[in-house]
Design a protein around this ligand. Sequence first.
Ligand code: ZN
Ligand code: ZN
Length: 280
Amino acid sequence: MTDAGERPLVNYHTHTWRCLHAEGTEEEYVRRAIDMGFSVLGFADHTPWPYESGYVSGMRMRLDQLRGYLDTVRALGERYADRIKIPVGLECEAFPQYMGWLSELKASSLDYVILGNHYDGRDDADHDAFSDGGGFYFGQCGEPAHVRRYAERTIAGMRTGLFDYVAHPDLYCHLYPRFDAECAAAAKDICAAAKALDIPLEYNLLGVQYHAREAGLGRLGYPCPRFWEIAAGQGCKAIIGFDAHRPEALERRDDYDRALAFLTGLGLEVLPFLDKPGLR
Ligand SMILES: [Zn+2]
Ligand SMILES: [Zn+2]
C-alpha cells in the first residue's frame, strides 16, 4: 500500500511543555491532530527519572510533574474519545539503573513506552554520571567508538522487552560526517535485533526538519537513507513518528507522505498503527 490517503494518520511521538523544549498546550496538539485528520495522537514526553543524586535535568519533566502529565493526557483522552484516540506513554532511554522503576510505571500507568536512546547510561556506582546527568549525548556521535556504543546501548534497551518501538534509531548519524563501516555495522546490528525482537523502528520526521536545515554542512543527518536501506534488507518494520515539539509539527503531511513513499519504495513494511490494546 503506497497511497497515504488509504491509511489512518497516527502519531505516537508527541511532547509537552514539561520537557522544557516543547511548546503549546496538550489540548492544542489534540485539536490540531483532529483538524489534520489523525485517528491516534499518542503522547510520549521525555520521561522523568528518579535520579538518586537529585540531579535536575534540563530536557525532561521533573518526577513531581509526572502525575499531572498522566492526568492531563488521560482527561483529554476522555474528553475527545469520540473523535480521536489519545494513548499516554513516555520516551525513555534504557538506563539500566532505572529499568525496574520504568517497568513498574509502565505496568501501572502507561499505554506504551518508546526507546529514545539520547544519552549513554551504565550501571555504575555513580549512576547519574551516566544518565543525562553527564552521560554522552548520542546525537553528537563523531567517531566510530561513539557509534559502536550507541548500537550496544540501543540493542540492550530493545532486549529489556519494555519498549514498543525505537525512536530515531539512526540518531547516531545526526552529526556524523560519513556513512563508514562502523555506521553500517551499527545499522546492521540494530536492525537485526529489531527484526529478531519484532520491534518497529521509527522514521523520525523531526529529523527531516533538521536535515533540511543542515544539508550541506558535511553531516549525515537523520533519518539517514543508508540506514533505512539496511533496515529494508533486514526485513524490519517501520513506523513514522512526527516527534512533535509544537502543535504545528502535526501539519507536516507532505513530509509524512514523502517518508511513506520512500520507505515503501525500499520495500519496508510501514505499520499503519501500533497493534496493541489501547493504541489504535
Ligand atoms: Zn524532545
Ligand atoms: Zn528523542
